[in-house]
Write a protein that binds this ligand. Structure first.
Ligand code: NAP
Ligand code: FE
Length: 382
């Protein structure tokens, strides 16, 4: 058994500026962001201040969209090379952080086709070092080696990862998540909770990963209750503010947990509603959590026992956990239009994923279509 998280995590309010010297991983960097969250969260301004204070130069690539396209990563990598970047600073949610890892690898390996990312004969040089600064509390990308990318024109996600794709450094400052709206906050918290559950129920789970999965859900579950109970009487941002730090810490722990195990079937099932219907990633995975819990519970034996152990850390029964997810999903008001739910393609896209076997009770993939039909019907509009 091995346990190696080669990411140094620095956490706390003001940690970027206070630890500016640690950002000095080279003379110049490329800052990779989404469209506006890096500015709105205040993180970009802190990073600029920190880089200026140590005399490091930078260029900014701010064209990473949600569910980042491989082509955008290739464009970012060209800018990194053209500007002589020696390291990459990713600021944002999982999309810019995942993109930063791909950009760092593509910048270090001049390849004509970015699909070479997955070809060990082409992707030979180690990536540029990456600094990850999350502005959402969800994916845990700052603490793992995964880079989930969308292949252009194919409505399909493909994960790139290697032992050297972990960020070198991560800064966790919960203030950067304060500007995240209610629905995104719920989605990201749900994603992190899914990571804890799917990691804990994976046969690849080790005692080291379990610590992160169980402590992670202890931190996240109270915030999920708060969000479900929010009556809209106050400003959501002020209401949830006391929970932001626990959410961010819990999400990073969940990210470490899945770095050991990977995720279970709610993840590949969720990729299709995200790419075809625009359902945010965490909500899309959460749509399949009740089915996952029921499936694992029905398996009984060791799987049932592990599920019960997880729920003790979550502080509720499996039934209450599923009901909580459903309340949050109802709040999020997910709507799928029948024309977008293209089951033949969805079953093909999800069917090949190894995640179905990544459970103590491997899921029989013959049931994928039925599961989609049952779950999607609840959210179907016309
Ligand atoms: P995201 O796709 O990075 O961002 C979603 C939206 O939230 C964007 O519109 C973004 O705006 C906005 N946003 C981000 N931070 C904000 C802030 N502080 N204030 C206001 N708006 C903010 O969301 P995500 O859920 O964090 O990441 C999802 C992606 O991560 C998916 O592609 C998923 O497949 C991947 N993922 C990766 C892992 C992993 O282990 N690496 C795990 C799970 C999921 P901007 O466009 O302006 O940035
Ligand atoms: Fe996820």
């Amino acid at each position: 058994m091995e346990f190696n998280i080669p990411t140094k995590i620095i956490a706390g309010e003001g940690c970027v500026v206070a630890n500016a010297k640690q950002l000095g991983l080279g003379k110049r960097c490329l800052i990779v962001t989404g469209h506006s969250s890096a500015v709105r969260s205040g993180a970009l301004s802190d990073v600029r201040q920190a880089l200026d204070s140590i005399g490091a130069g930078y260029a900014v690539y701010d064209r990473i969209g949600e569910n980042p396209l491989l082509s955008a990563c290739a464009e970012g990598a060209r800018l990194a090379r053209d500007t002589g970047a020696e390291f990459v600073v990713g600021i944002g949610g999982g999309s810019p952080l995942d993109a930063s890892k791909a950009i760092a690898a593509l910048a270090a390996n001049d390849m004509p086709d970015p699909m070479g990312l997955w070809d060990a004969n082409v992707n030979v040089n180690p990536p540029l070092p990456v600094v990850a600064i999350p502005t959402t509390a969800g994916t845990g990308s700052e603490a793992n080696a995964y880079s989930v990318l969308t292949l252009d024109g194919r409505d399909v996600k493909k994960t790139y990862s290697s032992p050297n794709t972990f960020p070198r450094l991560a800064f966790l400052d919960a203030r950067y998540t304060a500007s995240l709206p209610e629905r995104s906050t719920m989605s990201c918290a749900m994603d992190a909770a899914c990571h804890c559950l799917e990691s804990y129920l994976s046969p690849k789970s080790t005692v080291f990963g379990e610590v992160y999965a169980l402590r992670g859900i202890e931190l996240i579950a109270p915030a999920l209750w708060s969000m479900a109970d929010f009556g809209g009487e106050d400003d959501f941002a002020a209401y949830i503010a006391p929970q932001r730090e626990a959410l961010l810490t819990g999400a990073s722990m969940a990210g470490i947990a899945i770095s050991i195990t990977g995720t279970g079937f709610p993840h590949p099932m969720g990729y299709n509603p995200t790419l075809y219907c625009g359902v945010p990633h965490g909500l899309a995975c959460g749509m399949f959590t009740e089915a996952y819990i029921e499936y694992c519970g029905a398996a009984g034996g060791a799987t049932g026992e592990r599920l019960a152990r997880f729920m003790r850390s979550a502080g509720m029964s499996a039934g209450e956990y599923a009901a909580l997810f459903n309340r949050l999903l109802a709040r999020a008001d997910i709507r799928l239009s029948r024309g977008d739910v293209r089951l033949d393609e969805w079953v093909t896209n999800a069917g090949g994923a190894s995640n179905f076997a990544n459970c103590f009770a491997p899921y029989d993939t013959a049931g994928i279509r039925g599961l989609y039909e049952t779950v999607c019907e609840r959210y179907m509009t016309l």
